[in-house]
Design a protein around this ligand. Structure first.
Ligand code: NAD
Ligand code: UDP
Length: 337
Protein backbone atom coordinates (compact mmCIF):
# COMPACT_ATOMS: atom_id res chain seq x y z
CA UNK A 1 0.00 0.00 0.00
CA UNK A 2 1.21 3.51 -0.80
CA UNK A 3 0.43 6.82 0.82
CA UNK A 4 -0.17 10.01 -1.16
CA UNK A 5 -0.21 13.56 0.17
CA UNK A 6 -2.90 15.68 -1.50
CA UNK A 7 -2.27 19.41 -1.25
CA UNK A 8 -5.59 21.20 -1.67
CA UNK A 9 -7.22 17.83 -1.05
CA UNK A 10 -10.48 19.16 0.38
CA UNK A 11 -11.15 20.97 -2.93
CA UNK A 12 -13.26 19.85 -5.86
CA UNK A 13 -10.75 17.72 -7.79
CA UNK A 14 -8.69 16.74 -4.72
CA UNK A 15 -11.66 15.21 -2.89
CA UNK A 16 -12.64 13.14 -5.95
CA UNK A 17 -9.05 12.01 -6.35
CA UNK A 18 -9.02 10.95 -2.69
CA UNK A 19 -11.93 8.62 -3.52
CA UNK A 20 -10.15 7.14 -6.56
CA UNK A 21 -6.92 6.59 -4.63
CA UNK A 22 -8.77 4.88 -1.77
CA UNK A 23 -10.71 2.73 -4.27
CA UNK A 24 -7.38 1.61 -5.68
CA UNK A 25 -6.00 0.59 -2.31
CA UNK A 26 -3.88 3.63 -1.53
CA UNK A 27 -3.92 5.79 1.60
CA UNK A 28 -4.26 9.55 1.51
CA UNK A 29 -3.20 12.45 3.71
CA UNK A 30 -4.53 15.96 3.07
CA UNK A 31 -3.25 19.48 3.64
CA UNK A 32 -5.56 22.40 2.87
CA UNK A 33 -6.01 25.90 4.28
CA UNK A 34 -9.75 25.81 3.42
CA UNK A 35 -9.53 29.10 1.52
CA UNK A 36 -11.87 27.67 -1.14
CA UNK A 37 -13.28 24.49 0.39
CA UNK A 38 -14.62 22.96 3.56
CA UNK A 39 -13.50 20.19 5.85
CA UNK A 40 -16.88 18.50 5.20
CA UNK A 41 -15.77 17.25 1.78
CA UNK A 42 -13.00 15.11 3.23
CA UNK A 43 -15.31 13.92 6.02
CA UNK A 44 -17.83 12.91 3.32
CA UNK A 45 -15.09 10.95 1.53
CA UNK A 46 -14.21 9.20 4.80
CA UNK A 47 -17.82 8.17 5.24
CA UNK A 48 -18.26 7.11 1.64
CA UNK A 49 -15.11 5.00 1.64
CA UNK A 50 -15.18 3.94 5.27
CA UNK A 51 -11.64 5.27 5.67
CA UNK A 52 -9.69 7.57 7.94
CA UNK A 53 -7.98 10.52 6.27
CA UNK A 54 -5.48 12.62 8.24
CA UNK A 55 -6.35 16.25 7.48
CA UNK A 56 -3.86 19.02 8.25
CA UNK A 57 -5.58 22.39 8.13
CA UNK A 58 -2.96 24.97 7.25
CA UNK A 59 -1.10 26.77 4.52
CA UNK A 60 1.24 24.96 2.19
CA UNK A 61 3.71 27.80 2.60
CA UNK A 62 4.10 26.86 6.27
CA UNK A 63 7.41 24.96 6.19
CA UNK A 64 7.10 23.71 9.77
CA UNK A 65 3.71 22.21 9.04
CA UNK A 66 5.06 20.43 5.97
CA UNK A 67 8.03 19.11 7.98
CA UNK A 68 5.53 17.77 10.50
CA UNK A 69 3.39 16.10 7.84
CA UNK A 70 6.39 14.38 6.27
CA UNK A 71 7.63 13.33 9.73
CA UNK A 72 4.29 11.94 10.88
CA UNK A 73 3.39 10.12 7.64
CA UNK A 74 5.43 8.01 5.31
CA UNK A 75 4.59 9.74 2.02
CA UNK A 76 5.30 8.05 -1.33
CA UNK A 77 4.15 10.88 -3.57
CA UNK A 78 2.53 14.29 -3.56
CA UNK A 79 -0.37 15.36 -5.76
CA UNK A 80 -0.30 19.13 -5.78
CA UNK A 81 -3.80 20.60 -6.27
CA UNK A 82 -3.51 23.56 -3.90
CA UNK A 83 -3.82 26.91 -5.59
CA UNK A 84 -6.10 29.82 -6.33
CA UNK A 85 -7.96 29.16 -9.56
CA UNK A 86 -10.42 31.91 -10.51
CA UNK A 87 -9.39 33.25 -13.90
CA UNK A 88 -11.12 36.65 -13.65
CA UNK A 89 -10.19 37.22 -10.01
CA UNK A 90 -6.54 36.63 -10.88
CA UNK A 91 -6.65 39.65 -13.22
CA UNK A 92 -7.31 42.07 -10.37
CA UNK A 93 -5.42 40.14 -7.67
CA UNK A 94 -2.21 39.15 -9.49
CA UNK A 95 0.01 39.46 -6.42
CA UNK A 96 -2.20 37.11 -4.38
CA UNK A 97 -2.26 34.59 -7.22
CA UNK A 98 1.47 34.60 -7.92
CA UNK A 99 2.34 34.64 -4.23
CA UNK A 100 0.02 31.82 -3.30
CA UNK A 101 0.50 29.56 -6.31
CA UNK A 102 4.24 30.03 -6.82
CA UNK A 103 5.40 30.26 -3.19
CA UNK A 104 3.41 27.21 -2.16
CA UNK A 105 4.98 25.18 -4.97
CA UNK A 106 8.51 26.34 -4.10
CA UNK A 107 8.08 25.50 -0.43
CA UNK A 108 6.50 22.15 -1.29
CA UNK A 109 9.31 21.04 -3.63
CA UNK A 110 11.99 22.17 -1.19
CA UNK A 111 10.38 20.24 1.65
CA UNK A 112 9.84 17.19 -0.55
CA UNK A 113 13.54 17.08 -1.46
CA UNK A 114 14.57 17.67 2.14
CA UNK A 115 12.40 14.76 3.26
CA UNK A 116 13.29 12.35 0.46
CA UNK A 117 9.86 12.49 -1.23
CA UNK A 118 10.59 12.39 -4.94
CA UNK A 119 7.32 11.85 -6.83
CA UNK A 120 5.13 14.79 -7.78
CA UNK A 121 1.92 15.10 -9.79
CA UNK A 122 0.95 18.70 -10.52
CA UNK A 123 -2.47 20.14 -11.47
CA UNK A 124 -1.66 22.13 -14.56
CA UNK A 125 -4.16 23.36 -17.09
CA UNK A 126 -4.95 23.57 -20.79
CA UNK A 127 -4.70 27.31 -20.27
CA UNK A 128 -0.88 27.07 -20.54
CA UNK A 129 -1.19 26.55 -24.32
CA UNK A 130 -0.60 29.55 -26.53
CA UNK A 131 -4.09 30.53 -27.74
CA UNK A 132 -2.71 30.91 -31.26
CA UNK A 133 -2.25 27.13 -31.59
CA UNK A 134 -4.55 24.85 -33.59
CA UNK A 135 -7.67 23.96 -31.56
CA UNK A 136 -6.52 20.38 -30.97
CA UNK A 137 -3.92 20.82 -28.25
CA UNK A 138 -0.90 18.53 -28.41
CA UNK A 139 1.68 18.51 -25.61
CA UNK A 140 4.59 19.59 -27.82
CA UNK A 141 2.81 22.76 -28.95
CA UNK A 142 4.02 26.18 -27.84
CA UNK A 143 2.86 27.39 -24.44
CA UNK A 144 2.64 30.94 -23.12
CA UNK A 145 0.83 34.11 -24.22
CA UNK A 146 -1.48 33.28 -21.33
CA UNK A 147 -4.50 35.51 -20.96
CA UNK A 148 -4.44 35.98 -17.16
CA UNK A 149 -2.16 35.75 -14.10
CA UNK A 150 -3.79 32.42 -13.18
CA UNK A 151 -2.69 30.93 -16.53
CA UNK A 152 0.78 32.43 -16.19
CA UNK A 153 1.09 30.95 -12.68
CA UNK A 154 0.51 27.47 -14.16
CA UNK A 155 2.96 28.22 -16.98
CA UNK A 156 5.60 29.36 -14.46
CA UNK A 157 5.07 26.44 -12.12
CA UNK A 158 5.52 24.01 -15.01
CA UNK A 159 8.86 25.68 -15.77
CA UNK A 160 9.88 25.55 -12.09
CA UNK A 161 9.10 21.83 -12.02
CA UNK A 162 11.07 21.18 -15.23
CA UNK A 163 14.05 23.11 -13.83
CA UNK A 164 13.89 21.19 -10.55
CA UNK A 165 13.66 17.82 -12.32
CA UNK A 166 16.76 18.81 -14.27
CA UNK A 167 18.70 19.99 -11.22
CA UNK A 168 17.57 17.21 -8.86
CA UNK A 169 17.40 14.01 -10.92
CA UNK A 170 15.89 12.08 -8.02
CA UNK A 171 12.70 14.12 -8.57
CA UNK A 172 10.08 12.73 -10.99
CA UNK A 173 7.09 14.77 -12.01
CA UNK A 174 3.98 14.57 -14.12
CA UNK A 175 2.18 17.78 -14.97
CA UNK A 176 -1.40 17.01 -15.86
CA UNK A 177 -2.92 19.61 -18.15
CA UNK A 178 -6.61 19.42 -17.33
CA UNK A 179 -9.21 20.46 -19.88
CA UNK A 180 -12.70 21.24 -18.49
CA UNK A 181 -13.54 19.17 -15.38
CA UNK A 182 -17.25 18.98 -14.59
CA UNK A 183 -19.74 16.75 -12.78
CA UNK A 184 -19.59 15.13 -9.39
CA UNK A 185 -19.29 11.78 -7.68
CA UNK A 186 -22.50 9.81 -8.42
CA UNK A 187 -23.23 9.57 -4.68
CA UNK A 188 -23.79 13.35 -4.72
CA UNK A 189 -21.84 13.82 -1.49
CA UNK A 190 -18.96 15.73 -3.08
CA UNK A 191 -18.95 18.09 -6.06
CA UNK A 192 -18.44 21.67 -7.10
CA UNK A 193 -20.49 24.38 -5.46
CA UNK A 194 -18.73 27.74 -5.90
CA UNK A 195 -19.60 30.67 -3.67
CA UNK A 196 -21.43 33.56 -5.36
CA UNK A 197 -22.42 33.57 -9.01
CA UNK A 198 -20.49 30.88 -10.89
CA UNK A 199 -18.17 31.88 -13.73
CA UNK A 200 -17.94 28.45 -15.31
CA UNK A 201 -20.58 26.91 -17.49
CA UNK A 202 -21.54 23.70 -15.66
CA UNK A 203 -21.84 25.20 -12.15
CA UNK A 204 -23.98 27.96 -13.70
CA UNK A 205 -26.22 25.40 -15.43
CA UNK A 206 -26.51 23.46 -12.15
CA UNK A 207 -27.78 26.55 -10.34
CA UNK A 208 -30.27 27.35 -13.10
CA UNK A 209 -31.48 23.75 -12.95
CA UNK A 210 -32.30 23.97 -9.24
CA UNK A 211 -33.90 27.41 -9.63
CA UNK A 212 -31.18 29.34 -7.82
CA UNK A 213 -30.53 31.40 -10.97
CA UNK A 214 -33.32 32.09 -13.42
CA UNK A 215 -31.64 31.47 -16.78
CA UNK A 216 -28.35 30.69 -18.46
CA UNK A 217 -26.68 33.28 -20.66
CA UNK A 218 -24.94 31.59 -23.56
CA UNK A 219 -22.01 33.80 -24.42
CA UNK A 220 -22.00 34.06 -28.22
CA UNK A 221 -23.84 32.09 -30.91
CA UNK A 222 -21.97 33.46 -33.91
CA UNK A 223 -18.66 31.61 -33.57
CA UNK A 224 -17.37 29.55 -36.47
CA UNK A 225 -18.31 26.27 -34.82
CA UNK A 226 -20.84 23.54 -35.54
CA UNK A 227 -23.74 25.49 -33.99
CA UNK A 228 -22.21 28.92 -33.39
CA UNK A 229 -21.47 28.34 -29.67
CA UNK A 230 -18.02 27.70 -28.17
CA UNK A 231 -16.53 24.24 -28.05
CA UNK A 232 -14.62 22.79 -25.08
CA UNK A 233 -13.40 19.39 -23.93
CA UNK A 234 -15.43 18.45 -20.83
CA UNK A 235 -14.18 15.65 -18.63
CA UNK A 236 -16.08 13.98 -15.79
CA UNK A 237 -14.28 14.77 -12.52
CA UNK A 238 -14.27 11.05 -11.61
CA UNK A 239 -12.42 10.27 -14.88
CA UNK A 240 -10.02 13.09 -14.07
CA UNK A 241 -9.54 11.66 -10.58
CA UNK A 242 -8.72 8.25 -12.10
CA UNK A 243 -6.06 9.93 -14.27
CA UNK A 244 -4.22 10.91 -11.07
CA UNK A 245 -4.15 7.30 -9.91
CA UNK A 246 -2.67 6.32 -13.29
CA UNK A 247 -0.10 9.11 -13.05
CA UNK A 248 0.85 7.98 -9.55
CA UNK A 249 1.17 4.35 -10.75
CA UNK A 250 3.41 5.56 -13.58
CA UNK A 251 5.68 7.40 -11.13
CA UNK A 252 5.96 4.29 -8.96
CA UNK A 253 7.36 2.42 -11.98
CA UNK A 254 9.40 5.15 -13.66
CA UNK A 255 12.18 7.13 -12.03
CA UNK A 256 13.52 10.46 -13.25
CA UNK A 257 10.72 11.46 -15.56
CA UNK A 258 9.34 14.92 -16.18
CA UNK A 259 6.25 14.86 -18.36
CA UNK A 260 3.40 17.10 -19.45
CA UNK A 261 0.23 15.15 -20.20
CA UNK A 262 -3.15 16.39 -21.42
CA UNK A 263 -6.14 15.05 -19.52
CA UNK A 264 -9.30 15.47 -21.53
CA UNK A 265 -11.74 13.31 -23.45
CA UNK A 266 -10.24 14.23 -26.81
CA UNK A 267 -13.66 15.44 -28.05
CA UNK A 268 -15.11 18.90 -28.40
CA UNK A 269 -18.62 19.64 -27.13
CA UNK A 270 -20.41 22.94 -27.79
CA UNK A 271 -22.24 24.97 -25.16
CA UNK A 272 -25.51 24.19 -26.95
CA UNK A 273 -24.74 20.47 -27.00
CA UNK A 274 -24.00 20.53 -23.27
CA UNK A 275 -27.28 22.32 -22.57
CA UNK A 276 -29.20 19.76 -24.66
CA UNK A 277 -27.41 16.84 -22.97
CA UNK A 278 -28.25 18.30 -19.55
CA UNK A 279 -31.92 18.59 -20.49
CA UNK A 280 -32.00 15.03 -21.79
CA UNK A 281 -30.07 13.47 -18.88
CA UNK A 282 -32.28 15.16 -16.29
CA UNK A 283 -35.55 15.23 -18.24
CA UNK A 284 -36.04 18.96 -17.87
CA UNK A 285 -35.98 22.24 -19.80
CA UNK A 286 -33.22 24.74 -19.06
CA UNK A 287 -34.15 28.37 -19.57
CA UNK A 288 -31.41 30.12 -21.57
CA UNK A 289 -30.83 33.11 -23.78
CA UNK A 290 -28.07 34.14 -26.13
CA UNK A 291 -25.83 36.91 -24.88
CA UNK A 292 -22.79 38.72 -26.34
CA UNK A 293 -19.49 36.90 -26.56
CA UNK A 294 -17.42 36.81 -23.34
CA UNK A 295 -14.12 38.68 -23.71
CA UNK A 296 -11.13 36.39 -24.13
CA UNK A 297 -13.06 33.22 -25.05
CA UNK A 298 -11.54 31.05 -27.75
CA UNK A 299 -14.05 29.50 -30.17
CA UNK A 300 -12.69 25.95 -29.92
CA UNK A 301 -10.09 23.95 -28.07
CA UNK A 302 -9.89 20.33 -27.05
CA UNK A 303 -7.27 17.81 -25.99
CA UNK A 304 -5.25 15.46 -28.06
CA UNK A 305 -5.48 12.55 -25.62
CA UNK A 306 -2.88 10.24 -27.22
CA UNK A 307 -0.09 10.74 -24.70
CA UNK A 308 -2.36 9.99 -21.74
CA UNK A 309 -3.47 6.78 -23.43
CA UNK A 310 -0.02 5.69 -24.55
CA UNK A 311 1.95 6.51 -21.38
CA UNK A 312 -0.62 6.19 -18.61
CA UNK A 313 -3.13 3.83 -20.21
CA UNK A 314 -5.74 6.47 -19.40
CA UNK A 315 -9.01 6.95 -21.25
CA UNK A 316 -12.26 8.55 -20.19
CA UNK A 317 -15.23 6.27 -19.53
CA UNK A 318 -18.01 8.62 -18.49
CA UNK A 319 -20.28 10.27 -21.07
CA UNK A 320 -21.49 13.86 -21.29
CA UNK A 321 -24.88 12.60 -20.02
CA UNK A 322 -23.13 11.09 -16.97
CA UNK A 323 -21.50 14.46 -16.29
CA UNK A 324 -24.87 16.24 -16.52
CA UNK A 325 -26.78 13.72 -14.40
CA UNK A 326 -24.15 13.63 -11.65
CA UNK A 327 -23.78 17.42 -11.63
CA UNK A 328 -27.53 17.89 -11.15
CA UNK A 329 -27.76 15.16 -8.53
CA UNK A 330 -25.00 16.85 -6.52
CA UNK A 331 -26.56 20.31 -6.83
CA UNK A 332 -29.94 19.06 -5.65
CA UNK A 333 -28.32 17.48 -2.58
CA UNK A 334 -26.20 20.59 -1.89
CA UNK A 335 -29.32 22.74 -2.14
CA UNK A 336 -31.03 20.82 0.65
CA UNK A 337 -28.17 21.31 3.12
P1 NAD B 1 -10.43 24.04 -5.52
O1 NAD B 1 -10.36 25.49 -5.24
O2 NAD B 1 -11.70 23.34 -5.25
O3 NAD B 1 -9.24 23.28 -4.75
C1 NAD B 1 -8.00 23.90 -4.47
C2 NAD B 1 -7.76 23.76 -2.99
O4 NAD B 1 -6.51 24.36 -2.65
C3 NAD B 1 -8.84 24.45 -2.15
O5 NAD B 1 -9.40 23.49 -1.27
C4 NAD B 1 -8.08 25.54 -1.38
O6 NAD B 1 -8.61 25.74 -0.10
C5 NAD B 1 -6.66 24.98 -1.37
N1 NAD B 1 -5.56 25.98 -1.28
C6 NAD B 1 -5.35 27.05 -2.05
N2 NAD B 1 -4.21 27.67 -1.67
C7 NAD B 1 -3.69 26.96 -0.63
C8 NAD B 1 -2.52 27.09 0.17
N3 NAD B 1 -1.66 28.08 0.00
N4 NAD B 1 -2.31 26.17 1.13
C9 NAD B 1 -3.18 25.13 1.33
N5 NAD B 1 -4.30 24.96 0.60
C10 NAD B 1 -4.55 25.87 -0.39
O7 NAD B 1 -9.99 23.84 -7.04
P2 NAD B 1 -10.07 22.55 -7.96
O8 NAD B 1 -11.06 22.83 -9.02
O9 NAD B 1 -10.17 21.33 -7.13
O10 NAD B 1 -8.64 22.62 -8.65
C11 NAD B 1 -7.52 21.92 -8.15
C12 NAD B 1 -6.31 22.32 -8.96
O11 NAD B 1 -6.56 22.05 -10.34
C13 NAD B 1 -5.97 23.81 -8.88
O12 NAD B 1 -4.57 23.96 -8.84
C14 NAD B 1 -6.53 24.37 -10.17
O13 NAD B 1 -5.83 25.51 -10.58
C15 NAD B 1 -6.30 23.20 -11.12
N6 NAD B 1 -7.21 23.21 -12.27
C16 NAD B 1 -8.56 23.26 -12.05
C17 NAD B 1 -9.42 23.29 -13.15
C18 NAD B 1 -10.91 23.37 -12.94
O14 NAD B 1 -11.63 23.71 -13.89
N7 NAD B 1 -11.45 23.06 -11.78
C19 NAD B 1 -8.90 23.28 -14.45
C20 NAD B 1 -7.52 23.22 -14.63
C21 NAD B 1 -6.68 23.18 -13.53
N1 UDP C 1 -20.27 30.01 -20.93
C1 UDP C 1 -21.54 30.49 -21.20
N2 UDP C 1 -22.28 30.95 -20.13
C2 UDP C 1 -21.81 30.96 -18.85
C3 UDP C 1 -20.51 30.46 -18.60
C4 UDP C 1 -19.77 30.00 -19.67
O1 UDP C 1 -22.00 30.50 -22.33
O2 UDP C 1 -22.54 31.42 -17.95
C5 UDP C 1 -19.46 29.50 -22.06
C6 UDP C 1 -18.14 30.21 -22.23
O3 UDP C 1 -18.30 31.31 -23.06
C7 UDP C 1 -17.28 29.12 -22.83
C8 UDP C 1 -17.87 27.81 -22.30
O4 UDP C 1 -19.15 28.15 -21.79
O5 UDP C 1 -17.45 29.13 -24.22
C9 UDP C 1 -17.03 27.20 -21.18
O6 UDP C 1 -16.79 28.20 -20.21
P1 UDP C 1 -16.04 27.89 -18.86
O7 UDP C 1 -15.85 29.21 -18.16
O8 UDP C 1 -16.78 26.83 -18.13
O9 UDP C 1 -14.67 27.26 -19.33
P2 UDP C 1 -13.42 27.92 -20.13
O10 UDP C 1 -13.97 28.95 -21.07
O11 UDP C 1 -12.56 28.52 -19.07
O12 UDP C 1 -12.78 26.80 -20.85
Amino acid sequence: MSRVLLTGGTGYIGSHTAVSLLENGHDVVVIDNLVNSREDSIRAVEKLMNAKIPLYIGDLRDEELLERIFRENEIDAVIHFAGLKAVSESVYKPLEYYQNNLDSTLVLIREMLKNGVTRLVFSSSATVYDPANDPERVEGMPTGNCTCPYGWSKFMIEQIIRDCCHAYPQLSAIMLRYFNPVGAHPSGVIGENPQGIPNNLMPYIQQVAVGKLDHLNIFGNDYETKDGTCVRDYIHVCDLADAHVKAFDYLLKNDSCCLEINIGSGHGVSVMELVTAFEKANDMKLPYQFAPRRAGDLPIFFANADRARELLGFETHRSVEDMCRDAFNYQQKAQKQ
